[in-house]
Design a protein around this ligand. Structure first.
Ligand SMILES: Cc1cc2nc3c(=O)[nH]c(=O)nc-3n(C[C@H](O)[C@H](O)[C@H](O)COP(=O)(O)OP(=O)(O)OC[C@H]3O[C@@H](n4cnc5c(N)ncnc54)[C@H](O)[C@@H]3O)c2cc1C
Length: 486
């Protein structure tokens, strides 16, 4: 932990609070620009835990690569792959095993394949959709009406539930949008903001008149851009040794940044034109500017004495808790071969687990050849009590579910449970306006303080990286403008 710092007044002090991927990306961008432009800055990163990475947590156990938090990132937003390449991980970027790609939806207690051509919630191929047992006939007809329903006029937000019911009907909401769209965000579709989480869907309907037409048009466009009819790239990517490789490589590359682990920031006060931070060991640190790359409710606690209105808005971004449990089995112990990437369980099915990824099928290098690694998701909106169960209870409940749904009675050779308490920010209706308000209050009242991370403009790893970079850029611009006037 740092002792009280003594500064060279010519060197501008920058502090980043939080060593998750957002804070690390911010630190990396400050270092990059400082080197490129020979900026006289000193960068300090403070992390409460004894390890960096935050929600990114990979463990290597007995030949298994186990992801406690995220296991992949979306390719469409290139920031994660770019950052991985910048810190020397280009060769370690891996795709999903798309030849085995199949997703199942639990329907009336049974694994039912998501029909080929359904892109998240949008059907793009007629035959597999029409012949699928997943939807009733009235449900299919209602989904087909997407082709004729007039697009939303204006730019007002709506919930995922309102949007899906409007375009595709209730069955699509219950069987697809709730487990898939809200599943990704661990949210409730009845409150989840469309524009804060899936703005592309609104753009598709408004540009092309229907989701199906829009998805088909975009696919055609993408195919035209691929050379020589090459196969489409996988939608998600990961790293050979698990996503934990990214924070580890970032830590190693942050050689101009002083990193203190086990250092919780307890208080922020104004000090001259900058700020004084008090850490959990009572040491203090003065800084010209800082980035808070921590959950919104933790930022609220630190900012409450300085800007109570912003703190109240930060506290209004509520969070839910989840847990993941990874289980490994000997393939020889399983009665049936699993074929696909896993399943989701819609809420109407009333299951105790909400999804299950077959990790060692989805990615290479996740398990020894004779083993199968999978992980199940528990908790989330309306089911948070599952996270409070003991380890034994979580294992028991999960094994009962895997028996009921997949017929797995075998003893797992390994289990690992990760609890994520207040880890998933909820982007409810009004989220974007709230974030604008928070950012403008901070900008006008607390110059030199920046907020970044999963609470604001995207929860995915690439969004967090992009936001971290942007806040670093804004902070450096602020210091440059500030140094002209002082
Ligand atoms: C189970 C799970 C699965 C997920 N799956 C995916 C996925 O597959 N793909 C994807 O793209 N995204 C996924 N996500 C989302 C993504 O992982 C997170 O949104 C992202 O990692 C958050 O990064 P962050 O840096 O903003 O926050 P965090 O990772 O929460 O980092 C914040 C850091 O700040 C530290 N901190 C807090 N307060 C203080 C303080 N006062 N002083 C010092 N340090 C402090 C914390 O200890 C923490 O390390 C998943 C999330 C979870 C929980």
């Amino acid at each position: 932990m740092p002792e009280t710092n003594h500064q060279d007044p010519r060197v501008r002090q920058i502090t980043i609070i939080g060593g998750g991927i957002s804070g690390l990306a911010a630190a990396y961008e400050v270092q990059r620009q400082a080197r490129e432009q020979s900026l006289p800055v000193a960068v300090t990163l403070l992390e409460e835990e004894e390890r960096l990475g935050g929600k990114i947590l990979t463990e290597q156990v007995d030949g298994f690569t186990i992801e406690g938090g995220p296991d992949c990132f979306i390719r469409q937003k290139p920031y994660a792959a770019e950052l991985a390449a910048a810190v020397g991980l280009e060769e370690d970027l891996i795709d999903t095993n798309d030849e085995k790609r199949k997703t199942y939806v639990i329907n009336k207690g049974k694994l039912t394949p998501l029909p080929d051509g359904v892109m998240l919630i949008i059907p793009t191929r007629i035959k597999p959709f029409v012949t699928s047992p997943l939807f009733s006939w009235p449900g299919k007809i209602r989904m087909g009406m997407d082709l004729f329903i007039r697009p939303f006029a204006g730019n007002q937000d709506e919930t995922i539930a309102q949007f899906t019911r409007r375009r595709l009907g209730n069955e699509a909401l219950e069987k697809l949008a709730e487990p898939l769209l809200s599943g990704i965000h661990v949210s409730d579709p009845e409150t989840q903001s469309l524009l804060a989480t899936f703005p592309r869907f609104r753009a598709l309907e408004q540009r092309y008149g229907s989701l199906t037409k829009g998805m088909l048009a975009e696919r055609k466009l993408a195919a035209r851009h691929r050379r020589n009819g090459a196969k489409p790239a996988s939608i998600f990517q990961s790293l050979r040794g698990g996503l934990g490789q990214l924070p580890t490589a970032l830590e190693a590359s942050l050689t101009d940044c002083t990193i203190y682990k086990g250092s919780k920031v307890e208080r922020i006060e104004r000090a001259g034109s900058g700020y004084r931070l008090t850490l959990s060991n009572e040491s203090t640190l003065e800084t010209d500017a800082l980035i808070l790359a921590i959950p919104a409710y933790q930022a609220a606690a630190l900012l409450e004495p300085l800007q109570p209105q912003a703190a109240a808005e930060l506290n209004a971004i509520h969070y839910v808790s989840t847990a993941t449990i990874s289980l490994a089995y000997r393939k020889a112990d399983l009665k049936r071969e699993l074929n696909g990437f896993g399943f989701v369980a819609p809420r109407l099915e009333k299951r105790k687990i909400s999804a299950c990824t077959w990790s060692s099928i989805k990615f290479d290098n996740r398990a020894p050849a004779d083993m199968l690694l999978m992980r199940c998701f528990l908790g989330g909106p309306g089911k948070e009590e599952m996270v409070d169960l003991s380890d034994e209870e979580i294992i028991q409940v999960t094994r009962q579910e895997l028996d009921a749904l997949l017929g797995i009675q075998a003893e797992p050779v390994l289990t690992r449970i990760y609890r994520w308490i207040k880890a998933n920010p909820q982007y409810d209706l009004g989220h974007l306006e709230r974030v604008d308000k928070i950012f403008s209050l901070i900008e006008s009242d607390l110059p030199g303080i920046y907020l970044t991370g999963s609470a604001y403009r995207g929860v995915g790893v690439p969004d967090c990286i992009n936001q971290g970079k942007k806040s670093a850029d804004e902070l450096l611009k602020f210091l440059q403008q500030n140094s002209v006037t002082t």
